[in-house]
Design a protein around this ligand. Sequence first.
Ligand code: HEM
Length: 147
Amino acid sequence: MYGIALLLHVLAATVWTGGHIVLSLVVLPRVLRERDPQVLLRFESGYERIGIPALVIQVVTGLLLAHRMLGSEGAWFDWSDPVSRTVSIKLILLAATAAFAVDARFRLIPRLSEENLGALAWHVVPDTLISIAYVFVGVSFRTGWLY
Ligand code: HEM
C-alpha cells in the first residue's frame, strides 16, 4: 500500500510541477510575446483535465503518507517535530495553491485581456515556484534539508 501511494504521489507530482514549468517557460512567454490570452486559455482547458485530478491524487496520497508517518492528526502541527513541521509546510503550500486557484478562476481568468497580461504573469510564476517548493519539501523528508 505504501509503495502504491508513494508511486501515485510522485507520478502526480511530475504532472503538477512539470505542467507548471511548461506553463511558465513555454506558454507564458508566448502569451506575452503574442499578446494573446487565448494561447493561455487553450493550454489551461487541456491541462486542467489532467492537472486537477493530479492535484487531487497528490492531496489524497499526501495525507495517507503523512498519516503513516505521524499517526493521529493531533501530532500533525507540532512544530518542534521536524516531520510534522515538514508536513505543515506542505499544508501551508496547499492553502497558497488553493488561494491562487480561487483568485485565478473567479477574478483573473474571467477578465483576462491584452491589458492585464502582467497580472497573469504575477500568478503563473509564483504558482510555479510553489509547485517546485512542494517537490523540494517532499524530497526533504528523506534528505532532512528542512530538519
Ligand atoms: C502538488 C503537491 C505536491 C507535490 C508536487 C509533492 C511532491 C512530493 C515529492 C516529490 C515527494 C518525495 C517522494 C520521495 O521521497 O520519494 C513527496 C513526499 C511526501 N509528500 Fe508530497 N507533494 C505534494 C503534496 C503533498 C501534500 C498535500 C501532502 C500532505 C500533507 C504531502 C505529503 C508528503 C509526504 C508525507 C511525503 C513523504 C513520503 C515518504 O517518503 O514516505 N505532499 N511529495
